[in-house]
Write a protein that binds this ligand. Sequence first.
Ligand code: ADP
Ligand code: ADP
Ligand code: MG
Length: 497
Amino acid sequence: MATDSKKIGRILIANRGEIAVRIIKTAKLSGIETVAIFSDADRKMPFVKMADFAVNIGPAPSADSYLNMKKIVDVALKMKCDAIHPGYGFLSENHQFARKTIENNLLFIGPDPETIRKMGDKLESKRTVKSFDVPCVPGTDSPIESTKEAKEIAHVIGLPVMIKASAGGGGKGMRIVRDIEYLDEEIKTAMSEAKTAFGDPSVFIEKYIENPRHIEVQILADRHGNVFHLNERECSIQRRHQKVIEECPSFIVDERLREKLGQAAINVAKACHYVGAGTVEFIMDQNKKFYFLEMNTRLQVEHPVTELVTGIDLVAKQIEVAEGGRLALKQADLEPRGHSIELRVYAEDPEDNFMPSIGKLTCYRPPAGIGIRVDDGYEEGLEIPVHYDPLIAKLVVFGKDRDEAIAVMLKAISDYVIHGVKTTLPFGQFVLKNKYFLSGDFNTNFVSQHYNGIFRDRKVELEKIAALISDHIHQKYEEGLIALNENSTDWRKRLIE
Ligand code: ADP
Ligand code: ADP
Ligand code: MG
């Protein structure tokens, strides 16, 4: 369906932090003005300074600021914007917000409200793609109504199963059940949690795929019927079902598999009449059989890795499509070139279960150099507020191949200076040196299988130090310079405990 085209002159960015900065960068290149909105907690943030205009929209809690639909649309109208870019998180997948935007004669930089509604509900999205030759995880495609029904389904698909909130997101609202005895209890808890967290108690059951990989495909579609896939992203390094490291291409995806994944993703996009940039997520079992998980109808956090291997500015394409433009691309030209890896630099303590580590960035020096891209949202002296996602930056690298990208990433991590809060940088270093990551033999359980805090790394360091001191003492002893007492054999043990 073709619509009138309308050039965008000014965009309101309904978001904050790194993604607001990211959108402003493309807008500047395209000669488009930007209006930032900011909460009381974000007054000093770089995105506020970088935008052409900035408007305060309320107190720090998201509900009073970045989620306040009416206020955001009012600001967009008052500031004479042509369009709203929602970024990711917040209102980006809220179909009511998209509808409200359009009803006020503003362009919504994203797909149609109906597409967002359908794909935002995991159950409805499964039903939507059902007849489009898209493999889905075995399970139900309607909410669980009774314990009896749940047991029957679990019996048919076999344990273990995963209970999921239909409206869930951000890695939340999922429970694994390995023992049928706990099914009833887990469903009840899942429903009450889903109601509280997402305002919708619907839960469903699907087969829990053991040790899977999370592989997703970037999609771009216009209003003229063109749909392209921009290759896969490997997102298996996760904590709490949420990604920390992503790369393109995936170690295990060859050209044939890429084409199959790409086609399935294109089918999903066609099933929901997708327009703009979107992501189709798949889970892949150990035999490389893949199943549709969900579609994210927005710009994805990890979109930069795709940009680096395709040379395409996804935000620019989003704007082009929103204006009614035609995507002048050829599928054959979109093959990945080189290798890109992203590390999400969260203000979290990787030695303490990735708990948020809130505080002030007393020193902040991002790395720079060939092959390094830092998408960040903070600067030195700023506080990481408790109110939002604790993502400080995305450290993205590019190399001619995976080995080179890994080498650039390790150098970039060691050059990145962040004081004042704990970050996922040391975790990134751990992963990029890990033999399983290096050999490509990893899955979504990488953290539980191979990581028990960086303590393990530190222990190795301490052992090395202990060995050096021990050699030194031994040498002195040999030289007759010191005498060993009975405690001297114990201290090395004490040091590494
Ligand atoms: P991606 O799939 O792009 O990597 P994430 O799962 O990391 O996305 O989520 C991106 C952002 O959106 C995060 O800030 C996350 O907390 C937020 N988010 C995603 N889905 C929801 C949801 N249903 N409710 C609240 N926040 C969400
Ligand atoms: P969200 O909306 O929170 O992103 P997803 O359905 O995309 O939810 O799942 C997030 C993560 O949870 C996946 O990347 C994967 O690690 C895990 N997961 C989801 N479904 C399954 C499943 N059926 N089997 C195994 N792991 C799963
Ligand atoms: Mg997901």
